[in-house]
Design a protein around this ligand. Structure first.
Ligand SMILES: Nc1ncnc2c1ncn2[C@@H]1O[C@H](COP(=O)(O)OP(=O)(O)O)[C@@H](O)[C@H]1O
Ligand SMILES: [Mg+2]
Length: 401
């Protein structure tokens, strides 16, 4: 049944429409509004499938009714009755958000067909695709980790954060080692790679779900891992093309809700592509030496000015923070020009014990300061991922300076 709300400024003015609708079994008149304001109010409050409104209405004109209703009740289709069908009338109606227009002297059949067309939005709302695109739990999130230099803790953070996410979202997390030359994600997790970023590049043109799945190793936390390389010799980066990376990331994003990427400090076309697709880009820095701080500032400038990442996606994270650091969080913020989002303590005990065992400290030492800190970072990333938080206000409670 298609529910229709009619605007009738004077009693009896829509007599013709009323009769056509009464005779049609699949249509149900759910009400009459007197003027434009009432039409918008009733449409928004009662959510009919179709609102029929004249362009020329008292109080609020029909175009403005369409604007109000399409903004506040997008599932209500507005059918605008106009005085002519000149091209600029159509354009104006579309801009106002009308789903269809009818010019004067329409036939009964034309009216019925137009109402039925308008109501097709109901079928879209019932489709599988609609469920997927509107469900926040199905929104794929890519989280990249990058730094100006190696050795600041990217792999440590990527592996342990990935595992924390996998504990909360079993089988929904994959970690991709983007080091095509010397990846060490697999080594640090003591995993035997089944395939790698480099191996899969050979099949770039025929990449599909099965091929990609076949290359992933599974960590005991359920996190999947794609190794960087299994080749004994270094592979030139241009063997990893952008179309291949795009197809690989697309396949992973369809199969996994969270894709973590451990990115090398070298900016090449493939890593720039990944950067541009990250909802969160964790830029990891230490406060040990001025060169690292300056290089971090240069890195951020290059990727932001190059239009690869938005400032909002960047989460500047200090790793191994300690009171003994030569530089302060303030120094880093000032040089880089963005606030520090989070600080992770220097916890050699947890990091080294875990690294030597090929174990993740978030699993073996969940209470260690380092593990707790990563738990907080995971919470913040998840909060910042919620649809509400995507608006202008960046997450206020990031642990800043
Ligand atoms: N928060 C931390 N506290 C103490 N040691 C850390 C911390 N984070 C990383 N490390 C250690 O720093 C070294 C470099 O870390 P790694 O993750 O390999 O850096 P990257 O991937 O950026 O090259 C490793 O030995 C690691 O155990
Ligand atoms: Mg690393």
């Amino acid at each position: 049944m298609i529910q229709v709300l009619i605007t009738e400024p004077e009693p009896g003015t829509t007599e013709g429409i009323r009769h056509v609708l009464l005779d049609a079994d699949e249509l149900d008149i759910v009400g009459f509004a007197q003027d434009g304001l009432e039409a918008a109010q009733m449409a928004i409050q009662t959510q009919p499938d179709v609102l029929i409104a004249h362009a020329d209405l008292p109080a609020v004109n029909g175009y403005d009714v369409c604007k109000l209703v399409s903004l506040a009740a997008p599932k209500v289709a507005c059918l605008l009755l106009v005085d002519d069908d000149m091209p600029d009338t159509t354009a104006r109606a579309m801009q106002a958000g009308a789903r269809a227009i009818l010019s004067p002297d329409f036939t009964s059949q034309k009216l019925l067909d137009t109402i039925t067309d308008c109501a097709q939005v109901k079928e879209i709302a019932a489709s599988k695709e609609y469920q997927i695109v509107t469900d926040p739990e199905q929104m794929p999130i890519t989280i990249g980790l990058i730094s100006a230099k190696d050795g600041v803790g990217k792999t440590t953070l990527a592996t342990n954060l990935g595992i924390l996410f996998a504990q909360r979202f079993p089988d929904q997390v994959v970690l991709m080692d983007m080091y095509a030359q010397l990846g060490d994600v697999s080594v640090s997790l003591n995993l035997k790679p089944r395939g790698s970023l480099v191996d899969l590049a050979t099949y770039a043109d025929e990449l599909d779900h099965d091929l990609v799945e076949g290359a992933l190793a599974t960590h005991k936390s359920t996190m999947r891992v794609l190794a960087g390389s299994t080749m004994p010799q270094p592979v030139p980066l241009d063997a990893i093309s952008v179309p291949y990376i795009a197809s690989l990331l697309g396949t992973l994003r369809r199969n996994y809700r969270f894709v973590f990427c451990d990115l090398p400090p070298v900016l090449w076309s493939g890593s720039l592509y990944i950067l541009s697709r990250c909802q969160h880009l964790i830029v990891v820095a230490n406060l040990f030496e001025l060169t690292t701080i300056r290089d971090t500032a240069n890195l951020v400038r290059m990727i932001v000015d190059g239009g690869h990442v938005t400032r909002k996606a960047i989460k500047l994270v200090v790793n191994r923070a300690s009171p003994k650091d030569r530089f302060s969080v303030g120094d880093l913020q000032e040089t880089v020009g963005i606030p520090v989002s989070f600080q992770i303590p220097n916890d050699i005990e947890a990091a080294v014990t875990a690294a030597n065992k090929g174990e993740a400290f978030v699993l073996t030492q969940p209470k260690a300061p380092l593990s707790r800190s990563l738990g907080e970072l995971a919470d913040l990333l998840l909060q910042a991922t919620e649809p509400m938080e995507q608006s202008d206000t960046d997450t206020p409670d990031w642990k800043a300076a």
